[in-house]
Each structure stands twice: as structure tokens, then as C-alpha cells.
Design a protein around this ligand. Sequence first.
Ligand code: B16
Ligand code: MG
Length: 222
Amino acid sequence: MRIALVIFDMDGVITETTHEHYQAWTLLFKKHFNINLNPDFETYTRGVSRLESLEILLSKSGIHIASLDVKKALANEKNLMYQQLIQAFDSSKVLPGVKDLIHYLKERNIKIALGSASKNGSFLLERLGLKDAFDYHVDPSHLRSKPKPDIFLDAMHHFRLSPKACLGIEDAEAGIQAIKAAGMYAIGVGKEPLIQADWKLNDLASLDYQKLEEILMNPYEK
Ligand code: B16
Ligand code: MG
């Protein structure tokens, strides 16, 4: 079966917002707990929703907060800090290779969707000048977070496709697990090992288009 839909993650695939996310968490933890957040914890928050990222960082820092309302207020404050940090994003922040890949897929009539855990995903796509290029943006608000498959399945259901006709692109371990849990073909990009990915690349700028063509035509041929 041919691939009819490619689902892009945002952070680490279309643009790089990991630094801004973690800077906002760092400011929040300094302000409320006078803690210098360990930079090594950043990797645990990649691709993970806002509230779950907070839970992880609290737990790793040995802080216990029982009240969900307090945690939601902290997550909200982090988001306001994060939004300040991404205000100046523009098309220069699109990662190398992304526009070429979008153009290539559109020429072949393959649908493209945004499958980000970020509730700021549509805002960012607009800032990057890519909003109209995408056929569908998944709204992650009421979906379970990666590594659960929900975000990828939502895009698939929108186009009434089966998993084998879908391909996901992710930079995070949780994201690759989500794509595989959805039963789709997974391309991993970036520095993490992502051993569950069906195809692993350093970045989209080094994409081998001949191999991609073969995968799109018949992703499960050995
Ligand atoms: P927001 P992705 C993820 O983006 C980020 O990697 C992660 O750090 C962040 O917590 C999550 O989005 C939620 O973002 O707070 O803006 O809703 O990789 O799924 O595009
Ligand atoms: Mg990501």
C-alpha cells in the first residue's frame, strides 16, 4: 500500500523549540522553587505534553505538589514565558530540508498533517509561514500525549486512511513510540538513537529522495 499521508512533528522536525521550552521551564523552577533545573532533564520533556513535562521535572527535582490546580497554574505560567520566547520566530527558523520535503510531497498529492504535542503548534506554523501548506493540524488538547498513538491516529482518521497508508516523522523517543503504536511507518530525525524508527536520519536536509520514493510507494517491502 502506498503512503497517502505524512504526519510531521513540530519541535525538532519542522523547527527547533526545545531550547525555548526548556528555558521557560528553567525560569519557572528558579522563580518558584529557587532551583537550577538540571539541563540533562530536557530530553525527558521532548515531545511530551506541557502538564506531563511539569510532572516529570517536579519528580526529577524531588518536589511534590498534590494540587492539580497548582500544577495547572504553574504549567500555564510556563506557557506564557514560552510564548514570549517564540514571538520573534519567522520563516528563517524552519529547519533545513523541511520546505523541500513539503514541496516534494505536495507534487505527489500526498497529504501532510501537523502531529505535534504542542498547543502552540498552529501559532508556530503561522509564524513560520507554513500554515497553508498543511492539510490538517491535529489539536492535541483532548488527546492522550505521546507515547500514546492518539495524535497520529487523529490525523489518520481525519483522512479516513488506514495506518499502513501513513508515515510519521519524529525527533523524540516518545514520538517514535507513538507512531509505532499507531501502526505507521516511522522516520526518526536528530541526535537521539530512536532505535524503533523504521528509517533514521540525522536531519531532513540529508534526506535520500530515491529511498524516500521507494518507501512511499511500498513502505513495508524488505
Ligand atoms: P506546549 P512536539 C512538544 O513538541 C515539545 O517537544 C515539548 O517539550 C512540549 O512540552 C510539548 O510540545 C507541548 O508543548 O506546551 O506548547 O503545548 O515535539 O510534539 O512538536
Ligand atoms: Mg518533537
